[in-house]
Design a protein around this ligand. Structure first.
Ligand code: ATP
Length: 440
């Protein structure tokens, strides 16, 4: 962590997320469960939008990528071959003064982040992060299975299946989105470090001599994706790992980092995994995972560049980056300036009041929009309060139905950031919103 901080107050973000239904503590009525969070009605929409935007850029719009959805439970030998059973561990220390437990690499100047005691830590012990469980009725060694700690292995072990079923030529990639689990020593920073999280991973295969070039390419490409979806470039950076910090499989790795209120932290790792995984699985399974290069007339074991992003960390970054407090005509307005593609609700229909003449028309306008966009309907309290409520959750457009609507069959579209209003006919409303909302 560095001395620079994003000035947004993390407590305000956590409070907004709960109050408006983005993110709740898991099992809250039982006191919560450390490292687990639930996405509420708005959170699930935003999460789906992030995943859709990622899939669109990395699968739909590319000619060199295919999708996958592998199971979470895999043969236990997968995790032996991958090195996770032997080496997927963090050093753990306990504070003798307050008994709190930390990852040794998170401690600065030997000071306990919980109680402030200095020099009170136990020696570091390695702690394996794999979640273990049993498949079937017997709880013995032979039935041990692991909850996957990364989605990547599901793509490596399917290399041959994907190659033969799609007839892809190098270079090409596989992309997958799904849950991963790590028994983190010290889950913290809200949804930043959790024990159950979602990942969006690409495994991109190429001839070994091209790996360096593709690594460069993916670093720039991934950075571009975050900026395109609205993260401010000055809050993003790429940081290369020192050789000593590299994972056991990696030849090089750079992280996309975001300037959170807690400091610069990783959103995504972009690693050169070499041919480590394909070689290991070939050895352990006895099935050769390689590619026949027809032009060169030779078999190659491809190198792999892996852009591995979370979903939860980027979601938090998009909210932090979009968060604004403004003063409008002497009143505070909280605004989530989300890219419309990520906004949970695209348009809210607001009748000027609950007047019985307005409501049927407002409801008719709402049902007109529902097949096309994720929408909301709100008729409680003053129109000004309702605009503020939509601003706070990032809704790009409000559609106001007023008494003139009953005469001229037109409604007012109010844009979130500029607060500008335009009048459009109800018949052209879907089209008018579509023009203003990029596809996602
Ligand atoms: P860290 O160093 O923060 O533990 P990592 O380098 O182990 O992360 P990777 O293995 O590179 O993480 O995983 C790729 C991505 O998956 C991360 O950039 C992050 O977005 C997400 N991720 C990993 N671990 C967690 C976690 N415990 N909680 C939430 N997201 C995670």
């Amino acid at each position: 962590m560095t001395e620079t901080m994003n000035s947004v107050d993390m407590d305000e973000i956590v409070s907004l997320c709960k109050r408006r239904g983005f993110i709740f503590q898991s099992s809250e009525i039982y006191g919560g469960l450390a490292g687990a969070w639930d996405y509420g009605p708005l959170g699930v929409e935003m999460k789906n939008n992030i995943k859709r935007a990622w899939w669109r850029t990395n699968v739909q719009e590319r000619d060199d990528m295919v999708g996958m959805d592998a199971s979470i439970l895999m043969h236990p030998k997968v995790w032996v071959a991958s090195g996770h059973v032997a080496t997927f561990a963090d050093p753990m220390v306990d504070c003798r003064n307050c008994q709190a437990r930390f990852r040794a690499d998170e401690i600065e100047e030997d000071r306990c982040p919980n109680c402030g005691a200095v020099g009170q830590f136990t020696d570091a012990r390695m702690f394996n992060l794999l979640f273990k469980t049993f498949a079937g009725p017997l709880e013995d060694e032979a039935s041990v299975v692991y909850l996957r700690p990364e989605t990547a292995q599901g793509m490596f072990v399917n290399f041959e299946n994907v190659l033969t079923s799609t007839r892809k030529k190098l270079p090409f990639g596989m992309a997958q989105i799904g849950k991963s689990f790590r028994n983190e020593v010290n889950p913290r920073h809200f949804t930043f470090r959790t024990r159950e999280f979602e990942q969006m991973e690409i495994e991109f295969f190429m001839r070994p001599e091209e790996a360096q070039r593709w690594h460069e390419y993916w670093m720039q490409e991934r950075l571009r994706w975050y900026v395109d979806l609205g993260l401010r470039p000055e809050n993003l950076r790429l940081t290369a790992h020192d050789a000593a910090d590299l994972a056991h499989y990696a030849a090089a790795c750079s992280d996309v980092e975001y300037l959170f209120p807690m400091g610069w932290l990783e959103l995504e790792g972009i690693a050169n995994r070499r041919d480590f995984d394909l070689q290991q699985h070939s050895k352990e399974s006895g099935v050769t995972l390689s590619y026949f290069d027809e032009e060169k007339g030779e078999h190659v074991v491809p190198y792999i560049i892996e852009p591995s992003a979370g979903v939860d960390r980027p979601l938090l970054a998009f909210i932090v980056d979009a968060y604004r407090q403004e003063e409008v005509r002497g009143e505070k307005r909280v605004l989530l300036k989300l890219d419309p593609r990520l906004a949970p609700i695209k348009a809210a229909v607001l009748p000027l009041s609950r007047n019985e003449k307005l409501v049927p028309t407002a409801r008719e306008v709402w049902s007109l929009l529902r097949p096309h966009f994720m929408t909301a309907y709100d008729d409680a309290q003053s129109i000004g309060r309702r605009y503020r409520r939509q601003d706070e959750i990032g809704t790009p457009f409000c559609v106001t139905v007023d008494f003139d609507t009953l005469e001229d069959r037109a409604v007012t579209i109010r844009e979130r950031d500029s607060m500008e209003q335009v009048r459009v006919p109800v018949e052209g409303l879907v089209e008018a919103l579509r023009e203003r909302l990029p596809p996602c």
